[in-house]
Design a binder for this molecule. Structure first.
Ligand code: SF4
Ligand code: SF4
Length: 316
């Protein structure tokens, strides 16, 4: 028999359940239908070589230093209790490995060159932001999207956030790599109106090389969700010369044939806007910076997919 909880207990529960998030974007237009608020969770088990949100991968908060905004005033050097800021050859250098997350440097910096990416927030705190735009969701067919990182890696928080949104009548999208235990997907399914489901490489060895994990679990979960009636848009990140192979296009077309009720197939063309973020968090990019995908390449992808029998795909 379901346990009834009263309103105060529900509020207390929403305060107790916390997640680590790195951003909340209001008025998002590319994370599902309509106008949306997208909640970005920190932490991902994958390491896609093209990832344009490298700050989403680590599960913990981390220091970001934007060299372009730094005027070498060295206030952070004095403020930092951990010695994470140094002067080398007359210029400020951040030593990310020493950062103790005190944020003293962030307070000291006059130029906004430093920030700590990632913060703990409760379901209630996030919902306080999400509900502000209910009128826009209702007028545009929008809602809330949970993205990342991989939201399923913070399963409890994601589940409770989805439930809280549904209690307010808000449309929910879950933007996922599909890489999580199948039973967890079954548990979020009743509260998820639409899955934005990544498909990155058809050949399993290639998937492992490009993302760090096998695609078997991802394909199993896609099958499971489809058979249980989930609404799914397949999202295929494509990088020219990396995974835009005939084999992969045939794989996408095969998925289209196998799951004709997919709500859509979107090709997510590589752009290089996230490249400099690696340096800001003290990492080397996994892949050299490539040109942002041009329109002719996107068109040719659609044509090739059509030739393999998939006319449903659009550029996302
Ligand atoms: S306080 Fe800010 S501007 Fe000054 S050296 Fe540090 S990062 Fe650069
Ligand atoms: S699944 Fe997404 S967040 Fe995770 S590494 Fe890949 S592109 Fe980045």
């Amino acid at each position: 028999m379901p346990v009834e909880i009263n309103c105060c207990e529900r509020q207390a529960h929403m305060d107790r359940v916390q997640g680590t998030i790195f951003d909340i974007q209001r008025f998002a237009l590319h994370d599902g239908p309509g106008i949306r608020t997208t909640v970005f969770l920190k932490g991902c088990p994958l390491r896609c070589i093209w990832c344009h949100n490298p700050e989403s991968q680590d599960f913990n908060p981390q220091l970001s230093f934007d060299r372009a905004k730094c005027t070498d005033c060295f206030r952070c050097v004095k403020a930092c209790p951990a010695g994470a800021h140094k002067v080398v050859d007359g210029r400020h250098v951040a030593d990310h490995g020493r950062c103790c997350l005190s944020a003293k440097c962030v307070e000291a910096c006059p130029n906004g060159a430093l920030k700590i990416i990632g913060r703990k927030q409760s379901v209630r705190e996030v919902m306080d932001v999400v509900i502000r735009d209910i009128a826009y969701y209702n007028n545009s067919g929008g809602g809330m999207t949970i993205s990342g990182g991989e939201p399923m890696s913070q399963f409890r928080f994601t589940l409770e956030l989805l439930k809280a949104a549904k209690e307010k009548g808000i449309h929910t999208c879950l933007d996922t790599s599909g890489y999580a235990p199948g039973d967890l997907f079954e548990r979020v399914l009743p509260y998820t109106d639409l899955f934005l489901y990544d498909y990155k490489a058809t050949d399993d060895k290639e998937h492992l090389r490009l993302t760090g994990v096998s695609n078997r679990l991802i394909l199993d979960n896609l099958d499971l969700l489809y058979r249980e009636g989930a609404s799914i848009i397949l999202r295929c990140p494509l990088v020219k010369g990396i995974n835009d192979t005939d084999e992969h296009f045939m794989g996408i077309a095969e998925i289209d044939r196998k799951y004709p009720g997919l709500a859509g197939i979107e090709l997510m063309a590589y752009h290089n806007m996230g490249h400099e973020k690696y340096e800001r968090i003290g990492r080397k990019p996994e892949m050299e910076m490539l040109p942002t995908t041009d329109e002719a390449t996107k068109e040719s992808w659609l044509e090739r997919l059509k030739a393999f029998g998939c006319g449903k795909a659009i550029i996302g």
